[in-house]
Design a binder for this molecule. Sequence first.
Ligand code: HEM
Length: 491
Amino acid sequence: MDYLQISLLVISFILLCSFFQNKNNLPTNFPLVGMLFALLKNIHKIHDWVVEILELSHLNFLFKGPWFTNMEILITVDPSNIHHIMSKNFSNYPKGPKFNEMLDVLGDGIFNVDFDLWKYHRSMAHSFIGHPKFREVLVEKIEEKIVKGLIPLLDHACKESLVIDFQGVFERFAFDNICNLIMGYDFEFLCVDWPSTPLSKALDDIEEVMFYRHVVPMNVWKFQRWLGVGKEKRYKIAWKKLDDFIYKCIAKKKQEYKDTQELGKNERVGLDLLTLYMDKTQGVNVKNCSDKFLRDTILNFFLAGRDTSSTALSWLFYLLSKNPHVLSKIREEVYSKNIRDLNECVYLHGALCESLRLYPPVVFEAKGPLKSEVLPSGHQVNPNMQIMFNLYAMARMKSIWGEDCYEFKPERWITEKGNIKHEPSYKFLAFNAGPRTCLGKDMAFILMKMVAATIVKDYNFQVVETHPVVPDISIILHMKYGLKVKICYIL
Ligand code: HEM
């Protein structure tokens, strides 16, 4: 058979498959190829496709890959399943070796480990974030970044009538902030000069491949990795860039640490996570002291700190541009407030929760059971399967959030008495649920509120009309082309 015949055969097969569409509009499970064609056809709009499927299949759908891949994914947004997996039977759902391999770049960092090592990281992060001075230092650092980085940049854009990318601004803000907290260095990527940030691209590439590895059969992406082609090639390059940057920072910090020790100073060099790890692990455990271990720790916190809050802020401002009445209410609420103390801003809090509900920065969560069992929805799961929660789809299920689930309504989060309304984490999963709940939730809210209030108080903004705002296909719900806006002072 020559190439032409093979191509014709493949095309006819695809046409045949499309012709025999499942009558209920759900993907058909074809012999040999499973649901692969449906996936390929919809991959460019995967989040909205999953919404359709889950709505039609009442919150649970079993996706089957081609026979040779042994790929079965239960996609679920059923709150009772989520509660069961994340909390009630947590010990049956560790991250496990399959995910460790998919997320290999994260090494032994907190996102990618289980059991004792995970507990160790969690306790370190707790003692860092729970330090009595942490909140004060955090607010100080954010305020400094606002005054020295954000405001000069916005002023410059106003004076020069420039179009700026809000998503880029927020990413730089969050990255400078997290580096400062973790390593004690402010790289000042957020400034009028807008220096190039190769790391940013590297992190984006890594996150895209992480997504891809979740939806493509393992033997396929492993083969690509072995060949060193396509996305896997970019991944390798990005990995190297990140390593170069982080190892340099570690060497610098270690030298500073050594100098301080030699000078006989007993106090810590500063309130940063890297110093804390070096303090606590000194002479205790060679593995935990190694540069590789510190690199893994730092990288995990980079991802946790840079992308989540910046993505949340980008979608918040997009939604505000579409809902000027919400913007006016927030403006009214924050007008007379000091940006250091926005605790009482219930409406702003509600708007952020609502934006996180509709556009959750960590868009899905994947799990693999250790032992077979039946989930509360009645679905049988086993160790060969993956379970996936799609948070974007969850927000758009009428049976979970009501008929108005597509609408942006901060009021959803406010009680009749005017307080913040609590929603259980297995329904509002943006910060994860159960023992692995996000550790940075409070600090993220502080940062997001301070940044949002600063902009809303003094500036008007307008999304460039022709600019497409679409979610990226990645584990983080970035905007594919950023958020291009024109800004000016409020007169
Ligand atoms: C809007 C902002 C944020 C959102 C939506 C968010 C969301 C999440 C989610 C979904 C997870 C679970 C990830 C997984 O295990 O697959 C997580 C875990 C985590 N987050 Fe956040 N996060 C945010 C900000 C932050 C910040 C600023 C930090 C601080 C550095 C942080 C630190 C962590 C850590 C350390 C974990 C790991 C918890 C564990 O596995 O025990 N997060 N976050």
